[in-house]
Design a protein. Sequence first.
Length: 264
Amino acid sequence: MSVGVADRTEAHASVDPRIAARRRSVEVERRRRRRRRLLALALVVTVVAAGWLATRTALLDVDAIEVDGAQRVAPADVVAASGVRPGDPLVGVDTSAAAARVEELAWVRTAQVGRGIDGRVTVTVTERTPVATLATDLVGGAVLVDDTGRVLGPVDGAPDELVELAGVEPVAAGGTIDGAAEALSVVLALGPGARSRVQVVGRSPDGDVVLGLRPQGRVVVGPPTELERKAGALTTLLGQVDQRNLGVIDARDPDNLQVTRTPP
């Protein structure tokens, strides 16, 4: 036994001092790397926690919601539709989703939502313009319709410059009337003078666009194709044609408009 202990003691004593120093250096470096990793991890955790807390502090909440461009639609309705509420975390406001929700309002064509570091959220809307009216039992009167065929809402005593839609199926406010956009595109393509002569626009059972004129007569436009040529020919003809006993203007062929008169 004494020989074994002596051998081990002698072995330790025989270790090269340079090797021992190298071992100590490696151990020290290993401990330093461990401390650096622990410090880096602690820093990351601190930054993440501070960021999370900062986004939840009242200093970065939504303080106010402003609405610009609203004339027909109530600002309160715009705010409600956006889904943004005072006190919501500012960084949590999904501006694209909020804008899409506002655009679901009947009168809103486009919406943009922005947010500032001052805690203000701004909703800017562009409203739709009515170009026609449609009589419907859904509201017990007439509704306003824009150029896309979207129903905007009820109206009392519609302005004379708006044409009447006919031969289409009415829908509720915010919905789009099937076939209305094509029919209205014919009227909107006409020159101002010719457009003022149009009182009614509709679709026939076979899909043709038909215009009812003031004080009498109607125009069979046919399908809503070649609108530029048809509108140009109609604008010229309506500026020249004798309105007495005017029956039907067949405009299906823009190169050969046909006029039929009623007996006097």
